[in-house]
Design a protein around this ligand. Structure first.
Ligand SMILES: N[C@@H](CCC(=O)N[C@@H](CS)C(=O)NCC(=O)O)C(=O)O
Length: 212
C-alpha cells in the first residue's frame, strides 16, 4: 500500500494528500510529529534523508519533494484530464505548478511561518520576511486573479494538478492574515474546490487538527 508521510500544517504535504485523494489512489496517511522531532529520527531519515515532509513510500520505492511526488502519483494513476499526456497541456499545468511552488507557496510560507509557526517553535518572528512575503503576493495574486477571471479552474473548465497545487499553497491564508477579499475570482475558485468531496476527505479546514 502507498504510504504518504506528512504533517497537517505542511502545505507541500497537503498538496500531495489532495492530489492522491483527487486521483482516488488508495493509501495510508502517516502523520510525522515534527514538534517532537520525529522527522529527524533514523527511521524517517531512511524514507527522506532530508528530514522533511512530505515523502512517500511505494513498495520499497521512496520519493520526496511534493511536485515530484504529485507527478509520480499522476503517472501511477495514468493520463487523465487532471494531468494529461499531451505535452502542451501538461506544460501549461507545469507552468502553474512552478508558479505555485516558487512564488505563492514561498510567499505564504514566509507569512505563515513567522505569524503562526515561529511561536510554536519558540522562534523569533522575522518582520522583514513577512514584508517580503506580502510584497511577493501583491505582485503574484493579481496574476492568478486575472487567470481565474473567465475560468472556473486555472487552465480551463476542469480541475487539474495546477489547481490542487495552488489551493494547497493558499490554504493557510485565513490562519495567517493573508486577505484574499480583493481577489473575488480567487475566492470563488477556492470555494468551488473546497466544497468538493475529495478536498473534504483531506480536511474541511486547514489546521482544524490543532483545535481537535
Ligand atoms: N520543497 C519541499 C519542501 C518540503 C519542506 O520544506 N517541508 C517542511 C514542512 S512544510 C519540513 O519538513 N520542514 C522540516 C525541516 O526543515 O526541518 C517540497 O515541496 O516537498
Amino acid at each position: 500500500m502507498l504510504k504518504i508521510y506528512g504533517h497537517f500544517l505542511s502545505m507541500p504535504a497537503n498538496k500531495v494528500r489532495l492530489c492522491a485523494r483527487y486521483l482516488g489512489l488508495p493509501h495510508d496517511y502517516i502523520h510525522i510529529d515534527m514538534q517532537s522531532g520525529e522527522h529527524l529520527k533514523p527511521e524517517y531519515l531512511e524514507i527522506n534523508v532530508a528530514g522533511r515532509v512530505p515523502a512517500i513510500e511505494d513498495g520499497g520505492f521512496t520519493l520526496s519533494q511534493s511536485d515530484a511526488i504529485c507527478k509520480y502519483l499522476c503517472a501511477l494513476s495514468g493520463p487523465s484530464r487532471f494531468y494529461p499526456a499531451d505535452i502542451k497541456e501538461q506544460a501549461e499545468i507545469n507552468q502553474w505548478i512552478d508558479f505555485s511552488s516558487q512564488h505563492i507557496l514561498q510567499a505564504v510560507g514566509r507569512i505563515f511561518f513567522n505569524r503562526v509557526v515561529a511561536e510554536m517553535l519558540d522562534e523569533k518572528p522575522d518582520a522583514t520576511s513577512v514584508k517580503t512575503g506580502e510584497n511577493m503576493l501583491s505582485r503574484d495574486l493579481p496574476l492568478l486573479e486575472a487567470q481565474l477571471k473567465d475560468r472556473d479552474y486555472i487552465t480551463g473548465d476542469h480541475i487539474t494538478l495546477a489547481d490542487t497545487s495552488l489551493i494547497a499553497a493558499l490554504e493557510p491564508s485565513e490562519m495567517c492574515g493573508v486577505d484574499l477579499a480583493p481577489y473575488p475570482s480567487i475566492v470563488k475558485w477556492r470555494e468551488r474546490i473546497m466544497g468538493r468531496e475529495f478536498y473534504q476527505r483531506v480536511h474541511k479546514r486547514f489546521g482544524a487538527e490543532m483545535s481537535a
